[in-house]
Design a protein around this ligand. Structure first.
Ligand code: URP
Ligand code: ZN
Ligand code: ZN
Ligand code: ZN
Length: 457
């Protein structure tokens, strides 16, 4: 007898879509069959899609800042938001501060994440690859960290070519994946200084300071250096087709490089940062949202498979309050506004609505983009990211026809706004199941704090 049976739904099982029942025992998928007769609990999924729970392999949760304090989004609120949006696994980031060590931060990050409800792993940021900290990488690997994160921009984090090469070499030595934020630090600084000197301080100048060429150049360079070292990389948050083209060219040569994009590059634009007053700050993230005409270019790169993962890059700063977008004052220049937007709960609904409901991609492609491919890259597949016998019973029951207008309340995060406020989507999660436990039903999250598991990768 199964603990739980999901009966009569239309399930995405890897490459096929079939009407079937799913039987769950001990938190895992035990049976996939036309009919499962007996179970302690039965969920009627008639009329619903049954999808693998979303795997969000790029997000920022409760990260500490070098100047002290933490991001507003706690592991508990992030878990709630993720479950509300049909996501059941997060891979977030552990920082390294310049001159700092790794293991102490890693242990502290694990302790914070253990207070949440969602299963999780970490990318280890390397901001200072020359010092003693690198000797701690074997300990990190032993504890299940499967990837390093390199930033080619941001004052506190950016690596020059020598530093990035060191990260690539370390990853190669220890068999780790490298994820890269690709933007040219010096080019952004030059443009930023010129804009500020000319009095151009408003949020919209964020996009002007970091045009696509800045991202394209760094992407090209990151790929070339990775090719030189022979280290696989994934380029994070690709914003437009001209950047993805660099990845496509390398893939055609056989270079192991992957590309990720995010919903913000499919629905937001640089013009959103030109809203009255300080409003534009709500849409500020890096890379910057591009032109509306760029959205179809990103879709075509998704359909070509050049970009095969869609994550949120959730990095929330509230609009109000001393830790938020205005923490340096609303008259401060655009360069003093923290980068990042919240998006944990909106990721699946936006991608489903823009992708599946509007006929740009099919259901199988959708499940691969939001669950299977991120799970593979994060080395969590087939435990996560797929509906298959033996996999964790992480499922989302999806109401494909439900029309919802996005509001901040529906996001259930700790941030006081959503950049997607007022957008109408078709398709919404009705129920989220994590390891066989119903953790969200009709928007109500019921999971116990502390129930999320560490995922060694
Ligand atoms: O603006 C962004 N994306 N903030 C989050 C950190 C990062 O760059 O991924
Ligand atoms: Zn980034
Ligand atoms: Zn970013
Ligand atoms: Zn990020």
């Amino acid at each position: 007898m199964h603990d739980l049976a999901i009966r009569g739904g239309t399930a995405v099982l890897g490459g096929v879509v079939v009407r079937c029942d799913i039987g769950i025992t001990g938190g895992r998928i035990a049976t996939i069959a036309e009919r499962i007769a007996e179970a302690a609990r039965v969920v009627d999924a008639d009329g619903l899609l049954v999808l693998p729970g979303g795997v969000d392999s790029h997000c920022h949760v409760e990260e500490p800042f070098p100047e002290g304090g933490f991001q507003e989004e706690s592991w508990e609120s992030a878990s709630r938001s993720a479950f509300a949006g049909g996501t059941t696994t997060l891979v977030a980031h552990t920082p390294q501060f310049k001159g700092g060590m790794l293991m102490e931060q890693h242990r502290a990050a694990r302790a914070r994440a253990a207070r949440g409800m969602i299963d999780h792993g970490f990318h280890q940021i390397i901001a200072d690859p020359s010092g003693a900290a690198m000797a701690e990488i074997p300990a990190l690997v032993a504890d299940g960290v499967g990837s390093l994160k390199a930033f080619l921009t941001y004052d506190a984090l950016h690596l020059d070519d020598a530093g990035f090469l060191q990260v690539l070499q370390a990853a190669r030595r220890h068999g780790l994946m490298v994820h890269v934020h690709c933007e040219n630090y010096d080019a952004i600084n030059l443009a930023t200084r010129a804009l500020l000197a000319a009095g151009h301080v408003a949020p919209k100048y964020h996009a002007v300071s970091r045009p696509p060429v800045v991202e394209r150049e760094a992407t090209h360079r990151a790929i070339a250096l990775a090719e030189l070292v022979g280290q696989p990389i994934q380029v994070f948050h690709v914003s437009c087709a001209e950047v993805a083209e660099e990845i496509a060219r390398a893939q055609a040569r056989g270079v192991p490089v992957k590309g990720e994009t995010c919903p913000q590059y499919l629905v937001l634009t640089a013009e959103d940062m030109d809203r009255p007053g300080f409003e534009g700050a709500k849409f500020m993230c890096s890379p910057a949202p591009r032109a509306a005409a760029d959205h179809e270019g990103v879709w075509s790169m998704i359909r070509r498979g050049v970009l095969d993962v869609v994550t949120s890059d959730h990095c929330g700063f509230s609009f109000e309050g001393t830790r938020g977008k205005g923490k340096n004052g609303r008259d401060a220049g655009f360069d003093a506004i923290p980068n990042g937007i919240p998006g944990l709960a909106a990721r699946l609904p936006l991608l489903f609505s823009e992708g599946v409901s509007k006929g740009r991609i099919d259901l199988v492609a959708f499940a691969k983009l939001v669950a299977e491919n991120p799970a593979r890259i994060a080395r969590l597949y087939p435990r996560k990211g797929v509906i298959a016998v033996g996999s964790d019973a992480d499922l989302v029951l999806w109401d494909a026809g439900r029309r919802v207008t996005i509001t901040n309340d529906l996001m259930q995060h700790a941030i006081d706004y959503t950049p997607y406020e007022g957008m109408e989507v078709t398709g919404w999660p009705a129920m989220t199941i994590r390891r066989g436990e119903v953790v969200m039903q009709d928007g109500v999250v019921t999971a116990e704090p502390g129930s999320g598991e560490w995922l060694p990768r």
